[in-house]
Design a protein around this ligand. Structure first.
Ligand code: KIV
Length: 268
């Protein structure tokens, strides 16, 4: 009889962080990709609200609903057996009372997520504390948070000025103190990401941040060069030199694990 596959947990993410082995995460929105990505060695699947752009064809993730996220989380969880599953709380589902946010997050956990991701800074600390004290682990997403693109005036790198960098750094410390279990940094200068990595103890996941992060994530359609149009600086096309999608994903996992991705050219 073959060994049953054991699903990775938050504890496994913590162990990877503590041992210095990088965490390889990719976004995932459906069953076929879930099976393929984890068979290629991806540690964690992020059911990201980037599905609003790459699946639904929108310009922003703002219109993605909680029902959409529950549906895609269910599709991913049904086909996945080993990866640690994180689901995004879409715009409007967490910028409310902690109690209502808990009820929304509970729907994602019931759909198969093991952790929810919440965008925002220090203002989200009370909500994150409420959730993590009641059994819902939270990944706090700071920096270029796409749900705030209307405030930023587009998808713009955050934390470039000393004041902005200080604000983001202070937020990361507050979110860790509030009980966030993982910190995701997107679109921030490398020097700021390096400082954050030194100042928090929880695992950090980077996208357009720094190779010093405990792990990396990319939108899978970007990594496989499926998304049309101009790519962000932090994207690398892993289909280059790969003869199959599986080989490209394995190349991504290897490059994250051996520290060759992201390179300096992928950082700000
Ligand atoms: O929604 C998403 O895919 C994300 C990643 C880009 C981090 O939040």
């Amino acid at each position: 009889m073959s060994d049953p596959v054991k699903r990775k947990t938050l504890l496994d993410m913590r162990k990877l962080h503590d041992s210095g082995e990088k965490i390889a995460m990719l976004t995932c929105y459906d069953a076929s990709f879930a099976a393929l990505l984890e068979s290629a060695g991806v540690d964690s699947l992020l059911v990201g609200d980037s599905l609003g752009m790459v699946v639904q064809g929108r310009d922003l993730p703002i219109a993605v609903t909680l029902d959409d996220m529950v549906y895609h989380t269910t599709c991913v969880a049904r086909a996945s057996r080993a990866a640690f599953i994180v689901s995004d709380m879409p715009f409007g589902s967490s910028q409310i009372s902690p109690q209502d946010t808990f009820a929304n997050a509970a729907r994602l956990l019931a759909a198969g997520a093991q952790m929810v991701k919440i965008e925002g800074g220090v203002e989200m600390a009370p909500t994150i504390e409420f959730l993590s004290n009641r059994g819902i682990p939270v990944c706090a997403h700071v920096g270029l948070t796409p749900q705030s693109a209307n405030v930023f005036g587009g998808f713009r790198v955050q934390g470039r000025s000393p004041e902005d960098a200080e604000r983001i750094l202070a937020s990361t410390k507050a979110l860790e103190s509030a009980g966030a279990h993982i910190l995701l940094m997107e679109g921030v200068p490398r020097v700021l990401a390096d400082t954050v990595c030194k100042s928090v103890k929880i695992p950090t996941i980077g996208i357009g941040a720094s190779p010093a992060c405990s792990g990396q994530v990319l939108v899978v359609y970007d990594a496989l060069d499926i998304s049309p149009g101009r790519k962000a600086r932090f994207v690398r096309n892993f289909m280059n030199g790969a003869s199959t999608v599986q080989a490209a994903v394995s190349a991504y996992v290897s490059a994250v694990k051996d520290g060759s991705f992201p390179a300096a050219e992928h950082c700000y």
